[in-house]
Design a protein around this ligand. Structure first.
Ligand SMILES: CCCCCCCC/C=C\CCC/C=C/C(=O)SCCNC(=O)CCNC(=O)[C@H](O)C(C)(C)COP(=O)(O)OP(=O)(O)OC[C@H]1O[C@@H](n2cnc3c(N)ncnc32)[C@H](O)[C@@H]1OP(=O)(O)O
Ligand SMILES: Cc1cc2nc3c(=O)[nH]c(=O)nc-3n(C[C@H](O)[C@H](O)[C@H](O)COP(=O)(O)OP(=O)(O)OC[C@H]3O[C@@H](n4cnc5c(N)ncnc54)[C@H](O)[C@@H]3O)c2cc1C
Length: 616
């Protein structure tokens, strides 16, 4: 499987290169590479073994290396002359970066670093492509000078001979084993023993080790985390794509499949006529659109921040970090759970490999773990919210994406309930700020009672997580509201199109309201009549969006090859394709399977003989 994936990935990368040269000659624009990875990834159901090379190895060389280091390594990586990965996670550590055990000791006598993974738990474990594909990696290690720890640093390490692909001396490298998906990616392990690299193999754009061993600290140590921020932004885009693919499949299947009359004596309707089926499928279509728009915003913020960081302006890093964390978490959680809901909406056929929903789930699900495990990133955002709440209490301005927190903090009570979009959005934001205030009170009480900040974060973890989740909802819903209601290009939309978008906004806001009704009722008084009115509006907007469901998912414009699903093909010939796929199964090559003579027949005969004996 791995070699097939590599073959497909290389073919797709070559195609991408020709497209890039045609449409973006000599450009270093990141989009073609992303589109390429997106296309390659989508075309290789078992995952793209070059993803981490494209998204992390080449970018780390460009963003963390000096111009000279880019000329030496980065240009060759961008041109796919060398293939690398990003080797940070270890068998024993993934989240707690300051606990990473791999070490780099500077030898000023030879102006080299001596790299070691001192214990089994220090082995790098998980990096994509590391097992068999890559001949280089970015090796993340704790830097030591005169045995004094200086923090994390990145090193360009060649792990295999460029001609023979043999592992180099001091390198122990291989595949970590079968996974629940992405089995074409050959995630690998790497052990290094007294492996020497020249001083100039340490990426030194932001921090340096001089020939005499003097250490020049980075002005902002967190800039070394930048490669992870980029992938978190990519996950937001990629996982909204996975959800859109699954929503397209389930929608198309739901207008082909007929089952269970709604009126006695009437013909069986398309299953999408059932209100409960609409509630399973249509909100996922809208969620895919909502996150695709949020991910695009995040991408723009990443590009602006990356340019600023290149100019040594680190001012926007904290906001990008906070948004990248919360959108990576929200998109990966909601897409993973949404894809499973969509699979279940397709009944038994949803469980067939030919439907491809299982594989889309297996591609989407690990994003809840990689690039920062979601519950850990929720806590990270919770900590950032605590810091920003202190700013609010001090009367200081907050970063733009958190400005609503300041506004809501000034409200002594929630205004008269109207049920309008603005009211629903403000309710979610108000509940978020209420949760932040409660979390802060718990966290602050713990710190005041002499708990360390780390311990206070841990023991306030449930409230911090809730506040972070509601912050994500507030940001995403606010962004969608602005795009639909206040977009500068709103006048260019036809009235019909604007109406569809407004129905999608109505559905998203009401769906989020009901999902967090408990959190909202904690801070806002809403009567049963007001809630029932929203229930009626939910049923009504599902009915209104039903006729547009197919058109919206067609607009995602996934080629049948990308969907790779007998349930979701554009022509709707589901049963023919299911049956065609079934007949291709190896077990159908013979009428009588080999196991009949070898196992089944003797088994049945033995039982029959025993039955006869017991009667005698
Ligand atoms: C569309 C095209 C296709 C795209 C396809 C995309 C998907 C597929 C692609 C690739 C396949 C998967 C590849 C996977 C790769 C990996 O998984 S790489 C390894 C990822 N590992 C992690 O993410 C580790 C998670 N842990 C952390 O990030 C950190 O330990 C932490 C949890 C954030 C804690 O940070 P730290 O240990 O430093 O301690 P803190 O006290 O929390 O933070 C100290 C201050 O630093 C600030 N901070 C932390 N992180 C960042 C950051 N990234 N950027 C900026 N600032 C950061 C933090 O806010 C604190 O600031 P303060 O001092 O002001 O409070
Ligand atoms: C498909 C896939 C691809 C990957 N690709 C790469 C790659 O290319 N390069 C790379 O370097 N890594 C890669 N990784 C590794 C990934 O980054 C780590 O798995 C991730 O960072 C989580 O670390 P861990 O697995 O060690 O879990 P741990 O850090 O051990 O966490 C385990 C669990 O403990 C809990 N936990 C941990 N810390 C805390 C905390 N502070 N507070 C509360 N709970 C906590 C959480 O529930 C967490 O799920 C990949 C992983 C996968 C699944």
């Amino acid at each position: 499987m791995a070699s097939m994936s590599v073959k497909h990935a290389i073919a797709a990368a070559k195609k991408l290169r020709s497209l890039q040269e045609r449409f973006n000659p000599g450009g270093s624009d990141i989009y073609p590479a992303l589109m390429g990875d997106e296309a390659i990834t989508a075309l290789i159901p078992s995952g793209n073994p070059l993803s981490v090379h494209i998204l992390m190895f080449t970018r780390a060389l460009r963003e963390q290396g000096t111009d000279e280091q880019y000329e030496k390594f980065g240009r060759r990586a961008d041109n796919n002359e060398i293939i690398g990965t990003f080797a940070q996670t270890e068998l024993g550590h993934g989240t707690y970066l300051r606990g990473l055990e791999a070490r780099a000791d500077y030898d000023r006598g030879t102006e080299e670093f001596v790299l070691n993974t001192p214990k089994l738990s220090s082995y790098k474990w998980w990096p994509g492509g590391l097992g068999q594909t890559c001949n280089y990696c970015i090796f993340v290690a704790q830097l030591y000078i005169d045995n004094e720890a200086k923090g994390m640093a990145m090193f360009v390490v060649q792990i295999r001979d460029e001609e023979t692909h043999m592992p180099l001396p001091g390198v122990h490298v291989g595949e970590i084993g079968k996974k629940m998906g992405l089995n074409g990616v050959n995630n690998g392990f790497l052990g290094l023993k007294d492996y020497r690299v020249p001083r100039l193999n340490m990426l030194m754009r932001h921090q340096q080790v001089l020939p005499d061993g003097r250490f020049v600290k980075s002005p902002v140590s967190q800039v070394s985390y930048f490669p992870m921020v980029f992938v978190r932004c990519m996950v937001a885009r990629q996982n909204s794509n996975y959800l859109a693919q699954a929503a397209t499949i389930a929608t198309r299947y739901s207008v082909i499949r007929r089952q269970s009359p709604i009126e006695e004596g009437q013909p069986e309707p398309k299953i999408l006529e059932h209100l409960t089926q609409q509630m399973k499928v249509i909100p996922e279509i809208v969620t895919a659109v909502v996150y695709r728009l949020a991910a695009a915003n995040l991408q723009n913020m990443y590009n602006e921040t990356a340019e600023a960081v290149y100019r040594k302006d680190f001012s926007r890093l904290p906001e990008l970090h906070a948004l990248a964390c919360i959108l990576k978490v929200a998109t990966s959680y909601d897409s993973t759970y949404g894809i499973e809901r969509l699979r279940q909406a397709c009944g038994g056929h949803g469980y067939l490999t030919a439907g491809n929903l299982g594989n889309i789930f297996a591609m989407a699900a690990p994003a809840c773990t990689y690039e920062g495990e979601n519950s850990v990133l929720y806590l990270q955002v919770g900590k950032i919210l605590m810091k920003n709440w202190s700013q609010v209490l001090a009367g200081r301005e907050l970063m733009p994406s958190m400005a609503y927190i300041s506004e809501c903090s000034k409200m002594t009570s929630f205004p008269q309930w109207t049920g309008s979009w603005e009211c629903l959005l403000k309710a979610i934001q108000y509940a978020c700020v209420g949760s932040i205030r409660l979390a802060f009170q718990s966290y602050n009480a713990r710190v005041q009672s002499a708990q360390s900040q780390t311990a206070a974060v841990n023991y306030s973890g449930l409230e911090l997580t809730k506040a972070a989740e509601l912050h994500g909802r507030s940001y995403v819903a606010g962004n969608f509201y602005q795009q639909i209601v206040n977009s500068p290009n709103k006048h260019q939309r036809s009235p019909q199109f604007q109406k569809v978008l407004e129905n999608m906004l109505e559905l998203h806001l009401i769906q989020i309201f009901f999902r967090h009704l408990g959190d909202i009722l904690r801070f806002i008084r809403i009567t049963e009549d007001e809630i029932s009115a929203l229930q009626r509006r939910l049923e009504e907007v599902l009915k209104e969006l039903r006729p547009d469901a197919v058109a919206i998912t067609d607009a995602f414009d996934f080629n049948d090859k990308i969907l790779s699903s007998a349930l979701g093909c554009y022509d709707g010939n589901v049963y023919e394709r299911l049956f065609e796929a079934a007949l291709k199964h190896p077990l159908n090559r013979k009428s009588v399977p080999d196991f009949f003579e070898a196992h089944l027949k003797p088994f049945m005969k033995e039982n029959a003989d025993n039955a006869k004996k017991s009667k005698l």
